[in-house]
Design a protein. Structure first.
Length: 203
């Protein structure tokens, strides 16, 4: 049974309208850039995952480290699914539907629930996983995740609490799962002696 998500607008509707109002007085070019980022920015995280795997493979990373790197996409998918399950328990309409504000992007339709933000959860899970992998790519992924979350408010798709909880879900799911992936090190070692070797070692 669905329940209302914390009253939505009563929590931070004022902050949301202030931010979307600010967006309306921002140059169109900047809003276009932000709009492209919020729509396609998740591709950056996919690219960072591939780069992290490539670096680990080329550097001859240990089996535990390689297991963590290979697990990053799985961690992200699990975080998304967990966030979507949480979303299914709440009937929080998009703020642009509830508050009828003018937004940078078209307002999602009724029934496209707002809480929590899937984009934020995905970005946060990818960022924390990349940080734990120790490839240095976390220095790009963490600010990118924060910018993704902020952009969701800026374009009018989410309340601030939607993105904050989405970030939290990504971290809470991503952190332990990435560390748990080290237990797959024996499987990586076995793979190095099979036809899968090119996946886990460069030579």
């Amino acid at each position: 049974m669905s329940v209302p998500a914390f009253g939505g607008a009563s929590i931070d509707g004022g902050l949301y309208t202030w931010i979307t109002g600010l967006a309306q007085h921002t140059p169109h070019t900047l809003n276009t850039v932000i709009s492209y980022w919020t729509d396609y920015g998740l591709v950056l995280f996919a690219a960072l995952m591939v780069l992290g795997w490539w670096r680990a493979r080329r550097s001859g990373a240990g089996a535990g480290a390689m297991a963590m790197v290979l697990a990053v996409p799985v961690v992200v998918v699990v975080a998304y699914l967990a966030n979507d399950v949480i979303k299914s328990f709440f009937d929080e309409q998009r703020p642009c539907q509830t508050l009828h504000t003018v937004t940078v992007e078209a307002c999602p339709g009724l029934g496209d629930w707002s809480f929590p933000s899937n984009h934020s959860a995905i970005a946060a899970a990818a960022a924390v996983a990349l940080v734990l992998c120790g490839s240095g790519l976390g220095r790009i992924a963490v600010p990118a995740a924060l910018l993704m979350a902020a952009s969701r408010i800026w374009v009018g798709a989410h309340y601030p609490h939607d993105v904050l909880v989405g970030l939290l879900v990504g971290v809470v799911v991503g952190w332990p799962l990435t560390l748990l992936a080290r237990r797959a090190a024996p499987a990586v070692e076995r793979a190095r002696a099979t036809r899968l070797r090119p996946l886990v070692a460069s030579r």
